[in-house]
Design a protein around this ligand. Sequence first.
Ligand code: AMP
Length: 188
Amino acid sequence: MNIVIFGPPGAGKGTQSSLIEKKYNLHQLSTGEILREEIKNNTILGNQISSIMSSGNLVSDEIVGDLIEKYVSNKDYKSRLIFDGYPRNLSQAKNLNKLLEKHDQKIDIVLKLSVKLETIKKRILERKILEKRDDDSEEIAIKRFQTYENNIKPVIDFYKQSNLLEVVDGEATISEISDEISGLIESI
Ligand code: AMP
């Protein structure tokens, strides 16, 4: 199965995706993680995107679209992908459908993690200490939250229309969220 998981920064997408990855033998495709690796390795792409990422804005649809296609077209990952952080706007959501269709696949479930801004600020500041991410300051966290809010509404409507959307309470503990997600996955 292919799963889309999204939510504001600090919602726990990465943590939950990696738990599902292990439990159901899927592959976690985190666009944020791949982009951070590019920056760390000082690649041409990394240099192009580093200031955009550290300011809390989105990288271009074209860059992330190309990146996604590499995985969707890879037979090893066929119908085994967790899209963690993609799509982030309507044009990406449409592109994902198109790519999956082209490679004879589909999305089976879309999980939206809902978390309040106050919780996000707290979690991001905790994560900053652990992971030392450039975009994890309070100011940039708020900016990233706004970027998310400004773009996500049409994505939610898009997946509601296709009856794929499940909303998960991201305020609960890691294991409670994980149990809820497992229940949803096993019910399809
Ligand atoms: P994340 O790790 O998912 O919080 O993503 C970190 C940053 O990577 C975001 O703030 C964006 O700058 C960039 N990014 C990740 N995924 C996407 C995407 N689907 N579209 C555009 N930019 C993205």
